[in-house]
Every structure is written in structure tokens, then in C-alpha cells.
Design a protein around this ligand. Sequence first.
Ligand code: AMP
Length: 527
Amino acid sequence: MSHHDTDEPTPEPTAFQDFALDPAILRALDDLGFESPTPVQAASIPPLLEGRDVIGRARTGSGKTAAYALPMLQCVADAPKEAGPVLALVLAPTRELAQQVASAIDDLGRHLRIRATAVYGGASFVPQLKALERGATIVVGTPGRTLDHLNRGSLDLSGTRFLVLDEADEMLRMGFLDDVEAILAACPRSRQTALLSATMPDDIRRVATGHLHDPVELSLDDDGPRVDHIDQSWMRVPQRHKLEALHRVLLTGPPGATVVFARTRIGCAEVADALAQMGIPADALHGDLNQAGRDRVVERLRAGATRVVVATDVAARGLDVDHVSRVINLDLPPDVETYVHRIGRTARAGRDGEAITFVTSAQRRRIGGFEKALGITIRKLDVPDDLAIAVHRQDLLQEELVEASSGPAIAEAHGFASRLVDDGWSLHDLAAAALARLAALRDVDLRDPDALTVDEPPPQSQPQAPHHQAVPDELHVRVFFSIGDRQGVRPGDLVGALANEAGLPVPALGRIDIQHRKAFVSMPPEM
Ligand code: AMP
């Protein structure tokens, strides 16, 4: 793929493989589907692996946990057997963050067989004491409870090599400064320290000056590219309905091309295949393609030969095609930077663009974080239902008619219409017949939208059980077969074939219409 990065200072993609990380850590990253480091990870991992102290601004959602957890795990893995007992400590302001960090470390340390022990207030001492006694190598704690354990003698920090202050500004704001300083004093001076904070007020700087040794300051581009000119929305879509929702979204929306983001290269290829099967040709753009392969996809997109590209973050880096009118995130991006980078593939060269993000219920709150971080509003939209799709198609048909009314063959068409009227056609009948034909070609339902009742709820509320019988015949699509009377086909033959060969449920099939050389069977569109 060619690079056209003019609008963003994103560094060249680094891969996790570029860092000196244990293969067991790389395997865990692969399990988690992390393809490439986020900016804060790319900035912090190399100096931390070199043993430097680090101070940096990092928001929740930026991937800041792995930014220190990966080098921390490497440090623990490298430590000699007799070292310890507690090799690494993370201080976090709240119980929730402490639990979350501990579980992230467990995930990343899985193949190293390293786990974190969380200690926090508001919970019984006993299980925490037991866990510490069993020999904790990594402890994640809130300052108050960590200090309690230290004072009781249940926590020994004399062998600590790696210390992290996560959300340092929050810890100070919550009045933990003295506790934090006492804990820092209990760790060896030779330890390595990372301080992460969403903001960098003076008292945080003072802590850093007092306790960090010649720290590397992470310079992250905080006022990244602006995105407020992009029309942004989100839809609540449960995981299992994502493909169906994507299909519906792609059936509506602006003209132009769409870039769909998937989390992993495997997901990317699967989604592209599934779309093709649903009748929407799509190209996959991911890291497994060689340079020539990627260039080809980008060229096809640029030339209009492909309208939908399913991409991973790495492969789409720098993608610059003017007529990409829409970006769809199949998953909530891991962090704000990634979100900004993805949606920046649309609304280029002064054009309009929209971005739609699919969000599961559990992720709903993180959308608010994105809004806050970017100072924008991300609207909630519903997945287009059948009615929305039908109305959209009627609109497109109308636009096509407007275009045709001043198109090249219009004079001849007027002449032909006059001759037909002379033959006895009414203009109304003539227009209706032409529209019916065009609608069949374009797969447009011409019924009055006000009369179109939608029996199917949109996918987010769809029950799991089949509900085929509920679909009235007029909402069916007619599937064409190139055999008919002439070949001796009877309705039962078609039903039998569809049930046995294609595995379709018989009660869901609608009207069967057998003609001389062809036959039609109505069925719900999803079949
Ligand atoms: P954090 O800012 O540490 O809370 O991370 C935010 C989310 O991003 C978490 O759900 C992580 O699992 C995820 N994440 C972190 N790093 C990456 C990465 N390099 N690629 C994909 N997801 C990531």
C-alpha cells in the first residue's frame, strides 16, 4: 500500500515483534488479538525495556495498561530465581482499576505463568493475605490497602524492581500522596519507575522529580487530527448480530466507498467473505497480504472497482482515498487514537464523511469516554430495519430517475413514450410499468413506506429462535430458478430440493410460482 500520510504524524507502524519481548508474551498478545502497539505503547515499551524510568500522559482507553504491563512482565521474567518476593508493584487509585489492571496482567502473563495479586480496600484482608503469603510476584494495589499490608508486614517490597504509578493525578486528587510516598520509600532506590497520568499538574511533576530517575518523557501528540467534521454515530449491536447489522448498514447510506474495520486479520477475511456471500462484493485489506496485494486493493478502491474494503488498523494506515464516504467500526476501537485514525479514512479532501461504530452493551460507557476525550457528540442510531432499507432504495431510485430525466437518451425516450401513448397507453400506466420493471432490476420495494409495516424487529432485539412464519409473503424476496413446467417441475420438487439440498425450513417458504421455463419461490430475504 502506498503511504499518503500528510495529515497525521503517526509514526511508522511498529510491530510487537520489534520489541525484545519473550515469545510467550507475544503469544498472549496474539491470543488477545492485539495486532500492533497503540501510540502510548510504541512510545513507552522501548525505554522501559531498556530499564529507563518513564513519565507520560496517558488516557484510559489508550492502551496504557499494556504499555507498562508488557515491559513489567519481561522484567519479572528476566529476574533471577532467587529475586523477590514482590518483583513488581502497580499502584492504582481505585479498586476497580486495580482489579482491571490485575486481570490485564493475568491475560498478558498467561503463557509466562505469571499472575498478579490485587490488594484493595473494602474487601476482607484474609484472602489477600493468603495470596500474598503464597508468593506474589506482581502486586496491584490501591495506596491505602497496600500501605496497610506493608505496615502489617504482609507485604515485602524490598526486592521490587518495577514500580508503576497508574492514574497518578487521580491518586493525588483522592488524597493518597502521603501513602504513595511511604510506599515509594519502601521500595529499593534501584527500582525502575513508570508514572502515568491523564493530566500533568505541578504536584505530579514534583513527585516525579523526587522519585523518578532521569525519566524519559513520552511525547504523545495530544491534539491529534480533528474529527469534528465527520458525522459520527454508534449502534448497539450484540456480537452475534454484527454481520447482519453490517449488511443492513451497507444496504443504506451514502454513495461512495466504505471502509469496514475489523480487529484481526482473520476477522477481516471472514467478514469480507461473508459479505460477498450476501451479495456485497468486498475486498479484505490486512497484514497477511504482501505489498503488491495491498496496493491492488487500494487501487481497486480508488478506481471504484470495489466499494467495500474490510481492513485492519495496520493495513489501513495512511489509506487516502477521496471518495471513502463511510467508515464502519465492527468493534469499538481499543483507544481514542485508533478511533481517530480509523474514522479519518473518510471525509477526506474536503468531502463529507460518516463513521458508525458498533458497540456491545458492555462497551456502551466507553463511547462516552471517546466523546469526552474528543469534545464531540457521537449520536446513537438504530440498526436500519426493513422499512429504512426499503425507503432508502426508493430514494435511490428517485435519484436515478432525476439523473435519467436529463440523461443522454431522454429525447428518444420522450419520442417512444409519445408513440406508446398514441397506441393507447395512459402516461400513468406507462410510468408505472417502467417503474415496476426498474424496481425489479434494482430490487426496490415500491410500496408506500407508510403502508410498509415491519414485522421483523431490527437485529438487536431479534430473538434467537427462528420466526420465519411471521414474515408475510409481501416481505419475501422472489428467488428465480431456471427450470419450469417444461422440465416437469412441480411445487413439491422445488420444496423438496430447497429443504434437502439447501437445508431451508419448509414452513418459511412462501408462494411458489412455476412458469414454462422458469419458477419463482418467495422466501424471507435472510434465507
Ligand atoms: P487501557 O487504556 O489500558 O485501559 O486499554 C484499553 C483497551 O484497549 C483494553 O480493552 C485493552 O485490552 C485494549 N488494548 C490495549 N492495547 C491494545 C492493542 N495494542 N491492540 C488492541 N487493543 C488493545
